[in-house]
Design a protein around this ligand. Structure first.
Ligand SMILES: NC(=O)C1=CN([C@@H]2O[C@H](COP(=O)(O)OP(=O)(O)OC[C@H]3O[C@@H](n4cnc5c(N)ncnc54)[C@H](O)[C@@H]3O)[C@@H](O)[C@H]2O)C=CC1
Ligand SMILES: O=C([O-])CC(=O)C(=O)O
Length: 308
């Protein structure tokens, strides 16, 4: 199992580290445009192998796509991150060009890859990949909802003073400060609805804290987060590599599901060896449906900025 991660920055390196620690891939190729950078990150990570007990071989490459050939899974984390006060959408001007060139170079050398798009604005970058690559739609996946759901569970656990392992919940919709749709009505603590434990006001606070999860960290760190993003990507990669049939909310191209067409946005999907093996259409409350439609409007507005 060969995995390529483009972008050896904060998220790319964290993702490579978690993939290696989980020890399911034989090879991870880290590629960056900055001379020597991926080589340095790969060497540093390989020096963790004996300490952390993994056998995954991590190689660093400066912009030579021939070394990525025949990857089973490719991840795009290349591009600029936001700074405090910015939205993810503001990154489109620089990141669209990067995602377009990187994705076509990857496809040229790995025609059977499953592609995971991470660079922001992620739903629009996933849509760009769909529009510009000749690939089956189930093999292009945007990562956002897995991370947003982890943040949702963190906030629910915090509010209930409960261990996170007791909590289940999911965030669908666009990966943006206003577009996320945390499904509070369906979230549970040990299969009991969270509304049994939290007031409507406290749940509203959890929803708001979840939606601005990335912005909150960006303000604290001066750049956006990387540990949970890397862990979330590694979860998707593992589900595909190990054909786990696990369910995650991911950005995928919709063809009528959730009443939406010609858009990539976060909905629950089953991940296995073919990428997205099924889009799961779950019933939403009227309020959740309305939030999902508003979220889609936001994503479409950003898609409209693409030069397709
Ligand atoms: N979808 C999600 O949930 C998340 C998305 N992100 C996004 O991921 C992206 C990366 O974030 P960080 O790793 O923090 O940024 P970073 O600046 O630490 O790393 C980005 C790397 O991309 C490289 N790069 C730029 N252009 C390239 C090209 N054409 N080819 C190869 N490499 C290239 C840079 O040299 C740099 O090393 C950002 O767009 C950020 O907004 C970050 C966190 C979560
Ligand atoms: O907030 C950002 O810009 C990076 C990101 O997508 C996240 O951490 O959710």
């Amino acid at each position: 199992m060969k995995v390529t991660v483009v972008g050896a920055g904060a998220v790319g390196a964290s993702c490579a580290e978690y993939i290696a620690i989980k020890n399911f891939a034989s090879e991870v190729v880290l590629l960056d445009i900055k001379e020597g950078y991926a080589e340095g990150k790969a060497m540093d990570l390989m020096q963790c192998a004996s300490l952390n007990g993994f056998d995954t071989k991590i190689t660093g490459i400066t912009n030579d796509y021939s070394k990525t050939a025949n990857s089973d899974i490719c991840v795009i984390t290349s591009g600029i991150p936001r700074k405090p006060g910015m939205t993810r959408e503001e990154l489109i001007g620089i990141n669209a060009g990067i995602v377009k060139t990187v994705s076509s170079s990857l496809l040229e050398h790995s025609p059977n890859m499953v592609l995971i798009v991470v660079s922001n604005p992620m739903d629009t970058m996933t849509y760009l990949a769909h529009k510009t690559l000749d690939m089956p739609k189930n093999r292009i996946i945007g990562m956002g909802g897995a991370l947003d759901s982890a943040r949702f569970k963190y906030r629910l656990a915090e509010a209930m003073e409960a261990p996170i392992s007791d909590i289940d919940g999911m965030v669908i919709g666009g990966h943006s400060d206003t577009g996320m749709v945390p499904l509070t009505s369906q979230a549970t603590r040990n299969s009991i609805k969270v509304s049994e434990f939290l007031s409507e006001d406290r749940l509203e606070q959890v929803t708001e804290d979840t939606k601005v999860g990335g912005a909150t960290l960006t303000k604290l760190l001066g750049t956006s987060a990387w540990y949970a993003p890397g862990a979330a990507v590694s979860g998707l990669v593992q589900a595909i590599a190990c054909d786990q049939k696990k369910m995650f909310p991911c950005s995928t191209f919709l063809d009528g599901e959730y009443g939406l067409n010609d858009i990539c946005i976060g909905v629950p999907v089953i991940l296995g060896k073919n990428g997205i093996e099924k889009i799961v259409d779950i019933p939403l409350s009227d309020a959740e449906k309305a939030h999902m439609l508003a979220s889609a409007e936001g994503v479409r507005k950003t898609n409209g900025l693409l030069d397709l």
